[in-house]
Design a protein around this ligand. Structure first.
Ligand code: NAD
Ligand code: UDX
Length: 458
């Protein structure tokens, strides 16, 4: 079959896989190929056991895989054959050298750019799908076009705004799609080609076109603003705990103001995920490198409050459990960084688990989707960590339960049965404010939630 357009995506991760599956499903006339250097990942994308869990993803992949969606490890061949190349390789925080701990590590991006250059003999459109520092397209343009091959490359910025756990809906019904390019005739022509892809299912009033630097910077800004709301409400949660105000009531009261809005005001043990911390620290680094110290400090405080909130949660457990958790069994309900994903990258649960282990607690981890990743994370720490899927077995003999992920299943457990099986006095630390705290207190639990007065029997 002849396809109207061929699209390649380099990087078959949480972004590349679902995004390309959605494009393939919405555009049957396009052939979409996803390549990755990780052979195991590609093998899984071609199997019944996909490498990531995302509600609704299996169905879409099954529908289009082998028809107009293909997964492969043959990078060079596919670079040669495709004119439109999305790049969604990882851009983690740099762990070495200049900017370590803040700047984005662009080595995977640059390697990809050089591989594209080495395998190109015809003009190509390169689409930045990864989240990148503002002005990366300039560097990319220099690498790609500073060659003596006479091949024209147009670099487009098309950041991805999907959230894990709701990625399929986010991709199918996006609030907006952002496409930035240089404002030259060639740049605008290339931008239109990318607009055309999304216009197959996204209405034109939701496709925002901009200059390339605005597009790159909007992605970092969006994540910084979202995370800032969480740190703001979490900072207030500490004040609520001192004053008998209730953070959920405060969030509701302020969220009804249409200028503030209700979303992203859920107080929690802290935000996690692969994006927020990494992207804010990258923004901080960029501001510092332009000499904008006050701006850098302002955004860095969002990350600092998050780390403080995680620390506060651990301190709360220790101080309320008679100042020691050594030798005590603590059941962690949830390990994923949020519900409906198996992803544990930067999950607050990691920080809490490590903090409790340092205090010599024994932790038992439960999670409906993240246990394989949790096991892998702790593979070198054998003692004092165990894993168990069934929450009832996890709670058996435990001194305390800490709710770390807002999985729906934890709301509907038989807590009467759980209480009977636990060591007494029994404690619940609800790091997601998802349980009925008064009901638990009446059953006999000592209950500590985020931003609420403690409910203790002693
Ligand atoms: P990921 O680690 O899940 O996937 C990246 C993939 O790129 C990996 O499979 C890796 O093997 C592959 N890769 C690395 N170097 C390569 C190379 N030279 N050639 C071929 N493949 C290569 O990462 P992700 O979560 O999909 O994120 C990708 C980018 O998208 C990041 O910049 C991230 O900030 C951004 N982003 C992520 C999310 C999210 O929710 N995860 C949302 C929006 C944006
Ligand atoms: C985020 C952005 O939302 C998305 O637009 C971007 O493309 C990638 O980064 P993601 O990290 O997948 O998405 O999940 P998100 O829903 O933003 O949650 C991030 C963290 O914040 C989670 O740990 C979540 O539990 C926490 N959170 C979120 C809160 O603690 N309170 C809230 O009100 C919302």
């Amino acid at each position: 079959m002849d396809f109207e357009k061929n699209i390649l995506c380099i990087g078959a991760g949480y972004v590349g896989g679902p995004t390309m599956a959605m494009i393939a499903s919405k555009c049957p006339k396009y052939k979409v190929t996803v390549v990755d250097i990780n052979e195991d990942r590609i093998r899984k994308w071609n199997s019944d056991n996909l490498p990531i869990y995302e509600p609704g993803l299996d169905e879409i992949v099954k529908k289009v895989r082998g028809k107009n969606l293909f997964f492969s490890t043959e990078l060079n061949k596919h670079i040669r054959e495709n004119r439109i190349i999305f790049v969604s390789v990882n851009t983690p925080t740099k762990t070495f050298g200049q900017g370590a701990g803040k700047a984005a590590d662009l080595q995977y991006w640059e390697k990809t750019a050089r591989q594209i250059l080495a395998n190109s003999t015809t003009p190509k459109i390169i689409v930045e799908k990864s989240t990148l520092p503002v002005r990366t397209a300039e560097t990319m343009g220099q690498i790609l076009n500073g060659n003596n091959k006479n091949v024209q490359f147009d670099v487009i910025s098309n950041p991805e705004f999907l959230s894990e756990g709701t990625a399929i809906n986010d991709l199918e019904n996006p609030d907006r799609v952002l496409i930035g390019s240089k404002e030259t005739p060639e740049g605008i022509r290339a931008r239109q080609e990318i607009v055309e892809i999304y216009a197959n299912w996204v209405s034109h009033n939701r496709i925002i076109e901009s200059n390339i630097w605005s597009s790159e910077l909007s992605k970092l800004t969006a994540n910084a603003f979202l995370a800032q709301r969480i740190s703001s409400i979490n900072s207030m949660s500490a004040l609520c705990e001192k004053t008998e105000a209730d953070i959920d009531e405060v969030a509701y009261a302020i969220g009804t103001d249409s200028r503030i809005g209700p979303k992203f005001l859920k107080a929690s043990v802290g935000f996690g995920g692969s994006c927020f911390k990494k992207d804010i620290l990258n923004l901080v680094y960029i501001c510092q490198s332009y000499g904008l110290t006050e701006v850098a400090d302002y955004w860095e405080s969002v990350v600092k409050i998050n780390e403080w909130q995680e620390r506060r949660f651990i301190q709360n457990i220790i101080s309320n459990m008679f100042n020691t958790v050594a030798g005590k069994k603590i059941a962690l309900f949830g390990f994923a960084f949020k519900a409906n994903t198996g992803d544990i990258r930067e999950s607050p649960a990691i920080y809490i688990a490590r903090g409790l282990l340092e205090e010599k607690a024994h932790i038992i981890i439960s999670d409906p989707r993240a246990l394989p990743n949790a096991r892998d994370y702790f593979k070198d720490i054998q003692e004092d960590v165990t894993f168990e899927m069934d929450p009832y077995r996890v709670a058996k003999g435990a001194h305390a339960i800490a709710i770390l992920t807002e999985w729906e299943l934890y709301r509907n457990l038989d807590f009467k049965r759980i209480l009977k099986s636990m060591a007494q006095p029994a404690f619940i630390f609800d790091g997601r404010n998802i349980l009925d705290h008064n009901k638990l207190f009446k059953l006999g639990f000592n209950v500590f939630a985020i931003g609420k007065s403690p409910l203790k029997h002693f």
